[in-house]
Write a protein that binds this ligand. Structure first.
Ligand SMILES: C[C@H](O)[C@H](O)[C@H]1CNC2=NC(N)=NC(=O)C2=N1
Length: 98
């Protein structure tokens, strides 16, 4: 899997207004829930998907806010796989009990 160019990254991010660029390698989104356990259940779902794909986001649970950040650290940047993953996380969130 190849590292994406700046142009490709910016194009992907145009369709992902809730995701923000942290630096050249990482993007991040905060997902909000009405209670703690709904956030924990969402984390369980994205963790299962990450294991399937063998591609792992960094996740923090801060009470009702779940922060997910992702990068292809082996590639030292962002790849198509990162964007495939975050699109799936957003779909899970859309369908989740929030
Ligand atoms: C050996 C193992 O496959 C690698 O360390 C994987 C695991 N999960 C990973 N996850 C992410 N997000 N980026 C990686 O580069 C990565 N590498």
């Amino acid at each position: 899997m190849e590292r994406l160019s700046e142009k490709q990254i910016n194009k992907e991010l145009e369709n992902l207004p809730n995701w923000k660029r942290l630096d050249e390698k990482w993007i991040e989104r905060k997902y909000r829930f009405k209670d703690f356990l709904n956030g924990v259940r969402f984390v369980d779902q994205i963790a299962e998907y990450a294991e399937e794909k063998l591609h792992h986001p960094f996740i923090s649970i801060d009470y009702k806010v779940v922060t997910v950040k992702i990068s292809s650290w082996q590639m030292k940047g962002l790849t198509d796989l990162d964007f495939e993953m975050v699109n799936h996380f957003d779909k899970l969130y859309d369908e989740a009990d929030k």
